[in-house]
Design a binder for this molecule. Structure first.
Ligand code: AN7
Length: 337
């Protein structure tokens, strides 16, 4: 299957013959969620972005950002990250034969993401600080050094990520009244809104932040953001104005969900729908359940990353393992009781 630049070239800033760095991203499943629909009183669909090559939606933007970097003759790329951007940047840098460096908040990114960045051979720098400080520093660094910045302040990231909106409209024959989406640095909601606008669609954009990291809800930056959803532990989103514009001009809203609500939605998706996403992704479903969809009949929740990204949260949330002696009666008891 061709990657998303080849599939959507007419609507992306790439000409025929431009270099393309792709891992076959995009075209992710859109899955109906019957039990969640019953709970929410709407027809709910799940956009499973964990099915992208590195397990998150970041690959959509990264194929474009890295292809553009190669076109510009870059030798190295860099990002600040809560984890998924780092994993994606590391993979696409490897694919392109570029050097990759990722700056992550020390001790605050999920184990799977750290493993990905390291295995792909990126230089992984653990900052004694949070994501917002990391982003400020890489912006200053790339002003001084010829290294391409691949965070979502890079326009190519937004261009690539807008293709998810095209896919939704294709799959749903243009009928979609609300989009529920987690908001961290606010690049993805910006990208979806751009994709919808370019297609003449105006679903309500319902953005959700973790209560301990909800600058858009509070209307001011959060100096010490905290949440179990480490991917969206961000206190000063770079795409603040773009995100607020998406929500206000679509008749949407931005709301907060507690860590308890996030984890409840996370378990519900896994147990009742068979879909394992990471905690940040479950914020979209938590938000739908807590705040409703403003009367929308058909709703899509974006599940931004795969559950395997964060095994520590998964094991802490899951049931206990049943120990068993190697005997038939013991197995019988262990399985059936
Ligand atoms: C699973 O990887 O910011 O609002 O550095 O990994 O576009 O930032 C991740 C963000 C939602 C929020 N869900 O998206 C990073 C990073 C998951 C994420 C978001 C992220 P934006």
């Amino acid at each position: 299957m061709p990657g998303l630049i080849d599939r959507h070239r007419g609507r992306l800033p790439f000409a025929p013959g431009d270099p393309v760095v792709s891992l076959g991203e995009g075209s992710t499943p859109l899955v109906q969620a019957p039990r969640l629909s019953a709970r929410a009183g709407a027809e709910v669909w799940l956009k499973v972005e964990g099915a992208n090559p590195t397990g998150s939606f970041k690959d959509r933007g990264m194929t474009c950002a890295v292809s553009a970097a190669v076109r510009e003759g870059a030798r190295a790329i860099i990002c600040a990250s809560t984890g998924n951007t780092a994993a994606s940047a590391a993979a696409y840098a490897a694919r392109a034969g570029l050097r990759g460096a990722v700056i992550v908040p020390e001790g605050k990114i999920a184990a799977g993401k750290l493993a990905q960045a390291l295995v792909h051979g990126a230089r992984v720098v653990a900052l004694k600080g949070n994501f917002d400080e990391a982003l400020r520093l890489v912006r200053e660094l790339t002003d001084r050094q010829p290294i391409a910045l691949v965070n979502s302040i890079n326009e190519f990231r937004i261009e690539g990520q807008k293709t998810a909106a095209f896919e939704l409209l294709d799959d749903l024959d243009g009928e979609l009244e609300a989009l529920c989406i987690p908001v961290g640095n606010a690049g993805n909601i910006t990208a979806y809104w751009r994709g919808f606008r370019e297609s003449g669609a105006r679903p309500r954009m319902l953005g959700f932040q973790a209560a301990g990291a909800a600058p858009l809800v509070q209307g001011e930056p959060v100096e010490h953001p905290e949440t179990v959803a480490s991917a969206i532990r961000i206190g000063n989103p770079a795409r603040w104005e773009d995100a607020m514009d998406a929500m206000t001009s679509s008749g949407g809203a931005v709301s907060a969900v507690s860590d308890e609500q996030i984890l409840e939605a996370y378990r519900l998706l896994a147990v009742e729908e068979g879909i394992f996403c990471e905690p940040a992704s479950a914020a979209s479903v938590a938000g739908l359940l807590a705040h409703g969809a403003k009367g929308a009949r058909r709703v899509v929740c974006v599940l931004t990353g795969h559950g395997l990204k964060d095994p520590d949260v998964a094991l802490a949330q899951a049931g206990a393992i049943v120990p068993c002696a190697p005997e038939l009666e013991a197995i019988e008891r262990a399985v059936l009781e």
